[in-house]
Design a protein around this ligand. Structure first.
Ligand code: NAP
Length: 557
């Protein structure tokens, strides 16, 4: 029985290196890895050993005999990545070339000490890569009291498998040399220069926390918001817990058709009784129970073949929700299908061509995919009543009534105090993760993840991205290009607590985590705290290790 990679593939490549016959592609060293929508197992080469199953941090791989019905399309999808051949390939012992771990040269002045700002996937993969070397110290700073960035606050609550990657991150937190400094805002509580004075290097993995804004009339009216704000709201991010999400109208329009738009549309149309078994924020669950939304329209400015969502997410959407098309869009799908030669695009179009007709009566909340609609203005006096679009190929203005209008046109990085910023690309200018200022490296400053390469890719894409930065950082350290910290390692704790007395360490995070799980009961993974003071209180309940262990830890630092 060959194994199959399914929807929650995070593309971190762990399976590639675990596979004894190198039958999972594209691998991180192959062209196409950076843009692949997922990884694929060659069914003819797979020897069914299951090594990939244990290596996958998000539970995305199963034997083909163990798939759920909605996962069956992934059998063909995996196979379609490989050329058709006659019969099974003989087993080989070929391993994928493993990325070299960065070898840190020990030198006078203490071990390599790195501050990482942010605690999402890029930060945690960078910490993991650095801590492959004995003696290295990594201190991770996060402005929220809870870690893991978009895995906690971005991944949709009905994608619990994807959130399993936090088990890997928790293991990294437990590695010798790892320090957590949560609830500490770099740039406010502590400056870049102060942080650098305590470390050889500062690596920013702060993601792209803003949204790209749509500049049309009516944006900002009550009843408009961005999809990513709604994502943060239903995921219990403390800055968005009070967001007003008005679900009293029958229709919601989402502008843009990337995976974020699909996530939001799915959550707004899924039965709240199903969501009640997830870690969705309680305030969002209550609002969804009172929701009167019957239809979510996902409006794209281009045609079906240019849909921004990925194929695995489309498969997931259509198996979980009712998704329909207007007849004019069905014709567009068929026209694109007749012209398209790209296998991935054709797969998407095939699925779209089988969707139901939007003309049928609405019996349960549903999603309508709509194409060739360029947003012109949001309509409404004191609050939103709809959106006007111009439709390509027609001079007409198309009006779509709606009680809530969400823009979902991508994330955007924001400037970091003390670092250069490229306004056009909304990233920190860098060369392989080395921050570049006025054409020269800004010594000691590095970036990884979305602030380095822009808001694209999946959780695991950050593994190879972070590895590249760490390799360059270690090379600079080995060449003696990084100044030794001005302060002793042991001074950091006191310095940070002096600036932020409510700083939370790894024990504090464990206490928050335990408390959230404990309040959930048996039928939910956790009930999240959604206010900072609640989190700080829960962290304060952390069991303090005995005095001798604390002294020992202090000495090691
Ligand atoms: P995205 O994939 O870049 O999609 C942005 C959408 O906005 C596109 O449809 C784009 O249309 C549209 N758009 C941009 N500017 C516009 C304008 N001025 N007017 C109208 N439409 C406009 O962004 P995203 O959905 O925020 O996703 C960000 C990244 O996170 C992606 O890599 C995504 O795959 C990833 N992600 C993955 C998952 C998952 O795997 N489950 C979940 C969420 C996010 P054009 O194509 O015409 O520019």
């Amino acid at each position: 029985m060959p194994h199959v990679i399914t929807q929650s593939c995070c593309s971190d490549g762990s399976c590639v290196y675990a596979c004894p016959v190198n039958c999972i592609h594209p691998s991180p060293d192959e062209p196409g890895f950076a843009t692949a929508e997922m990884l694929y197992i060659d069914p003819d080469a797979c020897v069914d050993c299951g090594a990939c199953v244990s290596a996958c941090p998000v539970g995305a791989i199963s034997a083909d005999s163990r798939l759920e019905p909605e996962q069956l399309p992934f059998v063909e999808l995996n196979a379609a990545f490989y050329p058709k051949r006659e019969g099974k390939l003989p087993p080989t012992s070929k391993l994928a070339p493993v990325l070299d771990a960065p070898l840190v040269h020990t030198r006078r002045g203490g071990p390599l000490t790195v501050a990482i700002v942010g605690s999402g996937p890029a930060a945690m993969y960078a910490a993991d890569e650095l801590l492959t070397q004995p003696g290295v110290r990594v201190n991770v700073f996060e402005k929220l009291p809870t870690p893991y960035g978009l895995v906690r606050a971005g991944v949709a609550p009905d994608h619990q498998k994807t959130k399993q990657v936090t088990a890997l991150f928790d293991r990294i937190v437990g590695l010798p040399g790892f320090g957590f400094y949560l609830n500490v805002d770099i740039g406010t509580d502590i400056t870049h220069d102060e942080l650098l004075a305590h470390h050889h290097a500062v690596l920013y993995a702060v993601g792209a926390p803003d949204d790209r804004r749509l500049d049309i009339d009516g944006i900002g009216l009550p009843g408009t918001a961005t999809a990513t704000e709604v994502v943060a709201w239903y995921n219990g991010h403390p800055d968005f817990a009070d967001l007003s999400v008005d679900l009293s109208g029958e229709r919601v329009v989402i502008i843009g058709n990337g995976n974020v738009a699909l996530d939001v549309a799915r959550i707004l149309t899924t039965d709240p009784d199903v969501l009640a078994h997830t870690d969705i924020a309680d305030h969002a669950l209550d609002a969804l129970r009172d929701s009167r939304v019957q239809e979510v329209v996902i409006a794209a400015r281009r045609g079906p073949a240019a849909s921004a969502f990925t194929l695995p997410e489309l498969i997931g959407l259509t198996s979980a929700c009712e998704v329909v098309l207007n007849p004019v869009d069905k014709e567009r799908v068929l026209a694109d299908l007749a012209e398209s030669t790209d296998a991935l695009t054709r797969n998407k179009l095939e699925i779209l061509s089988k969707l139901g007709d939007a003309g049928t009566p609405i019996t349960r909340p549903r999603i309508r995919l709509a194409y060739h609609l360029t947003p012109r203005r949001v309509v409404g006096e004191s609050r939103v009543t709809g959106v006007e679009f111009t439709s390509a190929g027609a001079d007409d203005v198309v009006g779509v009534p709606a009680g809530l209008v969400l823009t979902s046109i991508g994330y955007r990085g924001k400037p970091i105090r003390g670092l250069p910023f490229d306004e056009a690309a909304a990233v920190v200018p860098n060369d392989g993760g080395r921050v570049i200022d006025a054409g020269a490296p800004q010594r000691g400053s590095y970036v990884a993840g979305w602030i380095k390469r822009g808001p694209t890719g999946f959780i695991g894409t950050n593994k190879s991205c972070a590895a590249e930065t760490v390799h360059n950082l270690v090379a600079d350290y080995n060449e003696g290009l990084l100044a030794d910290p001005a302060h002793k390692t042991s001074a950091l704790q006191r310095f940070v607590r002096g600036r932020q007395p409510a700083m939370i360490d790894a024990d504090g995070w464990r206490a928050i985590d335990d408390a959230e799980v404990a309040r959930a009961g048996d039928d939910r993974p956790r009930v999240k705290f959604t206010a900072v003071p609640e989190m700080v209180d829960a962290a304060a309940g952390a069991a303090r290790p005995p005095v001798h262990q604390r002294l020992l830890a202090g000495l090691r630092r």
